[in-house]
Design a binder for this molecule. Structure first.
Ligand SMILES: Nc1ncnc2c1ncn2[C@@H]1O[C@H](COP(=O)(O)OP(=O)(O)O)[C@@H](O)[C@H]1O
Ligand SMILES: [Mg+2]
Length: 394
């Protein structure tokens, strides 16, 4: 038996869509409206602290921190406001325009990349540019099939359903997502005992946008059901400086270009960190000198007090690199040994410390373990044991 999508009490003729109450934890972002009032709201995107985040990492972690509000005014709403990622933007703009031209939903899209690089932001932009509603949820929030069905049946034609941390869906939920993605339907059990049966609900054509930190975390079958798979890369210092200037402008304070670049250089390639540091630097500058333009000197002083060095490394990064150089003769050292020596969970090292150190060439990952590079030793003012010595000891 088939039940048409979203019949409700009015019968099968679908009335014009009225604003619906959020179901089962869904957060519905309205289509983009240019009026400032709508844009000023703080997003209500559910915040789930990542277990990997230790308080020590609060400043330099790309992940959103407990209680940290994402201010909607600084979140780009259009492709044109999204700084950097030129190749990604170009492709997605083409896909959006092509889908619109055909009057079809955008193909299911998977965005992957480390936390804080703009995956959620891109989901907002895709919905705005498509002129449809964005429904936000996350893998852990979809606890069972019924919740998923609630989200799916609430979708209007061509709407975007954004599932953050999609790799954290349970296997049974994931399985029912397959038929929704492929055939636009979802089978749900109704009734009990001998009268139990399955009803197939037909869904409005929709776009699933999934976000994950690494595609490798996704099961093969789920990954294969996305037609568009795109990675978001770490940002360059100039791009981050542009983000700092944009954020300062939107928050209504002045900052010099040099100061913005200084923050950019220390933001670990991550817009969320750049925005966070911008706000903290502003606090220091304001308390020290009142409301005036933030200069390079203010910025250096504030970042020094915040414990973030010229390369954007914080205490834990420096502790880890120092440990490899001094206690493990530069490496290679296994991640478990490192985690034990540092007293930090392995997840924290792999998930939030290493990606940036690897990307900036402070660390090498080999099949035998981690190696600190000459660049790391120079940065820390340490002597790296002669090359190869660590390996000879194995
Ligand atoms: N390309 C960008 N240009 C300007 N600001 C950005 C960009 N990408 C991300 N941001 C800012 O960084 C913050 C974090 O982005 P978000 O999309 O939440 O990251 P993710 O979902 O990947 O963890 C957002 O509040 C947004 O304001
Ligand atoms: Mg996000």
């Amino acid at each position: 038996m088939r039940v048409p999508h979203d019949d409700g009490p009015q019968g099968p003729k679908k009335p014009p869509r009225a604003p619906r109450a959020a179901k089962a934890g869904a957060v519905i972002a309205e289509p983009h409206r240019p009026d400032a009032k709508a844009a000023r709201a703080v997003t209500t995107e559910p915040h789930r602290p990542d277990p990997k985040d230790s308080p020590e990492r609060a400043l330099v972690s790309g992940a959103r921190q407990q209680g940290e509000a994402e201010v909607a005014t600084i979140r780009p709403q259009r492709f044109a406001e999204y700084i950097g990622q030129a190749a990604l933007k170009r492709k997605l703009e083409v896909f959006v325009r092509a889908a619109q031209g055909r009057n079809e939903p955008l193909d299911h899209t998977l965005l992957h990349g480390p936390p804080g690089l703009g995956k959620t932001t891109m989901a907002h932009i895709l919905a705005h540019e498509l002129g449809v509603k964005l429904h936000l949820t996350s893998g852990p929030a979809i606890e069972h099939k019924g919740i998923l069905a609630g989200h799916l049946t609430a979708l209007g034609a061509r709407d975007v359903l954004f599932i953050d941390e999609i790799h954290r869906l349970s296997p049974t939920v994931e399985e029912s997502l397959y038929s929704a993605m492929e055939d636009g339907r979802i089978d749900l059990p109704v009734g009990e005992g001998t009268r139990a049966r399955t009803i197939g609900f037909e869904l409005a054509p929709f776009t699933l946008v999934g976000a994950t930190t690494r595609t490798a975390l996704l099961s093969g079958p789920l990954r294969d059901r996305f037609q568009i798979l795109e990675g978001i890369e770490f940002y360059g210092d100039d791009e981050l400086a542009a983000i700092v200037l944009r954020t300062a402008g939107l928050l209504g304070f002045a900052i010099s270009k040099e100061a913005a670049l200084e923050i950019g250089q220390r933001s670990r390639g991550t817009p969320r960190i750049a925005n966070r540091l911008t706000r903290r630097v502003r606090d220091f500058a304001q308390v020290a000198a009142g409301p005036r333009r933030i200069e390079l000197r203010d910025t250096k002083q504030a970042l020094h007090e915040l414990g973030i060095d010229e390369a954007g490394l914080d205490a834990l990064d420096r502790r880890m690199l120092t440990m490899i150089v001094e206690n493990f003769r530069g490496g290679p050292v296994g991640v478990d040994a490192l985690a034990a020596s540092l007293g930090e969970p392995r997840d924290t090292l792999e998930g939030v410390v290493e990606p940036f150190l690897l990307q900036r060439g402070f660390l090498l990952r080999t099949h035998r373990g981690r190696l600190a590079t000459a660049k790391a030793a120079r940065h820390l003012n340490l002597e790296l044991p002669a090359p190869g010595q660590g390996e000879l000891e194995l």
